[in-house]
Design a protein around this ligand. Sequence first.
Ligand SMILES: Cc1ncc(COP(=O)(O)O)c(C=O)c1O
Length: 416
Amino acid sequence: MLVKGFPMLNVNEIRNDFPILQRIVKGKPLVYLDSAATTQKPLAVIDATDRFYRTYNANVHRGIYHISEEATQAYENARDKVTAFINAPGREGIVFTRNTTESINLVASSWGRSNLHPGDEILLSIMEHHSNLIPWQLISHQTGAKLRFIPLTPDGRLDLSGLPKLLTSRTKLVALTHVSNVLGTINPVTELARRAHQVGAVILIDGAQSAPHLRVDVQAIDCDFLAFSGHKMLGPTGIGVLYGKINLLDSMPPYMGGGEMINEVQLETATYRELPGKFEAGTPNVAGAIGLGAAIDYLNDLGLDEIHRHEESLVSYAVQALRDMEDVEIYGPFPERGGVVAFNLKGIHPHDVSTILDEDAIAIRAGHHCTQPLMRWLDVAATARASFYLYNTKDDIDRLVESLKKVKEIFSGVTA
Ligand SMILES: Cc1ncc(COP(=O)(O)O)c(C=O)c1O
């Protein structure tokens, strides 16, 4: 896989681990540039889930028989891998959810309902994914807490110049994305956690676009909550993580009730399991957690720093190539950014761009990327977006650029 000691990833070998990347689509080799939406899965992950279903599929925590104990051990082992991956102080703070969205909803619902009151404020930013906006809208309607928003600088960074007015003793919670899924902006979350704590607020970091790509250390950041999704970091769909500080999680009521999360049940009352079981009602996604554990092993083998550096070099190459084309608008800061490049070809709708690229077997995203307020701020209805991961190459970007040239040619014919 990785030749140890080499500064960059051995991408050709990595690509052999991803069966889908060998696919021919419409007669051409697939170029997958939509990893910010979901990533492809290596054989190690596919095999781990396959092995579970073939050889030790059983429900966890309940069966007093061999394969159930194996399943429980593998499930809890995955929790240990997540704990180490984000350097959490203890495994009790790692709650398995379905995805980032559910993790944020859990905090909004459970922490929000018991801690927010009329007059309180929740501080977000203009660049948030709807997953880190709608849950706070819902809870603000229910509690009377108000939403406030950090504006952006013209190049798409958080504009912190007005922060002293936005982040005050009224602020009870700050919820921010670590890396923007459109602009690629890497937000200064450690500094923002420090400033949130200075006014007594708690801070939740949306790590959907950071945990797969950067080294995320929850103790170094000192965030109170971190949410991320397995499917964006080589893992299966349907498995996500909420990290929370133990004292906060301990003080929060359960989000969902049912089996698995209880100790003793009377007809009118119940006691709940210790963390993290209190927040894992019902049969969990055992195969998903095991697959996520295998994905974490794979990422650790390559090294998050190497992955980040590889993406930085792809982004530089892509931005340069797009800048060399005429009439292309690129959004977000440069050079410091994550592995996404959102852009528009002047006068051509991004859906048309994506449809024509698809004829060349190039998969990019086109739309509002679940960030409608950000689209309004950019003054566009939608953008095209290419996003990269450890298996992408400069050849992929060359194919993208060639195909974009074709799009322009087709449209120059239309408008001529
Ligand atoms: C920044 C960010 N937050 C949250 C999400 C939601 O992730 P999921 O759909 O896995 O819950 C995404 C997905 O694209 C995202 O990019």
